[in-house]
Ligand binder design. Structure first.
Ligand code: 1GP
Length: 263
């Protein structure tokens, strides 16, 4: 299956049908052999798409090898999750064209995007505009991108929601709340709920999702897409499968007060 140029359409269809799971693979931390195996297993267990990228050590070479291998082995849509405008694989189906909204450094807000945009056009890669917001602890991505991380707690929820609305007003398709790979806890459910109350674009949550209960809580709060990265390497395929199942089987909780309504 080639998804070139129509990944957003495909994602919208998936989002209409239910919640979505994406598997993130970092070409700087997994070998192509392991990365392809994880992608294959994730596909068999029901992941919707693969994201490829990482904060450090991503080169055109390691990215390209992994992307081609995954596409050949799985046929899943592969979306580049970039950390700068330099390393781009011509083989990805789409790229998160993302602005790191709470960086202190304009490089991560618009400058790398300026460098990358003409390359994407020349290569015919579909850009999907996304507002990327780093929530504490932020981990490596928070450090390397000089993020003014959104605090956890109620004040942080309001800030996250305001960023999400700003992303929507900029015309971005989605907003991504990122706790950072390997975070002790995922982004707080209160942040997700605040984002969903304020903005109407789909909300992605990623970073630190290890248990199906955490996944369900984020989905109940309104997250539309969950991303897991290191879980397969750290805890094995069964743990990854439990998260994917939690996403696939999720049903929205009844609206508050629904039971009170007269028949
Ligand atoms: C994707 O950075 C995350 O948003 C991945 O985090 O490795 O903790 O799953 P994990």
């Amino acid at each position: 299956m080639t998804m070139k140029g129509r990944v957003w359409e495909h994602l919208e269809d998936c989002l209409t049908a239910g919640k979505v799971h994406m598997t993130l693979l970092d070409p700087a931390s997994v070998s192509p052999r392991v990365g392809i195996e994880i992608a294959q297993r994730a596909k068999d267990m029901g992941t919707h798409a693969v994201m490829v990228g990482g904060s450090t050590g991503v080169t055109t070479e390691n990215l390209d090898t992994l992307v081609q291998g995954i596409k050949h082995a799985t046929g899943l849509p592969v979306i580049h999750f970039p950390n700068h405008g330099g390393a781009i694989s011509p083989h990805v189906d789409a790229i998160w064209f993302m602005s790191l909204m709470n960086s202190r450094n304009p490089r991560f807000i618009t400058r790398e995007q300026m460098l990358g945009a003409p390359v994407l056009k020349a290569l015919g890669i579909e850009p999907i505009a996304l507002g990327y917001v780093i929530v504490a602890p932020g981990m490596t991505v928070g450090r390397v991108s000089d993020a003014e991380v959104v605090p956890r707690g109620p004040d942080g929820a309001d800030i996250a929601a305001a960023y999400a609305l700003a992303a929507e007003y900029f015309g971005m398709r989605l907003v991504y709340l990122e706790a950072g790979s390997g975070a002790d806890e995922p982004v707080p459910t209160g942040h997700v709920r605040a984002v969903k109350n304020q903005a109407s674009i789909p909300c992605i949550a990623g970073g630190g999702i290890r248990e199906p209960g955490q996944a369900r809580a984020l989905l109940d709060a309104g997250a539309d897409i969950l991303v897991t990265g290191s879980i397969a390497e750290e805890r094995g395929y069964e743990a990854l499968g439990q998260i994917i199942r939690a996403v696939r089987e999720h049903e929205d909780p009844p609206a508050r007060g629904a039971a009170m309504r007269p028949a």
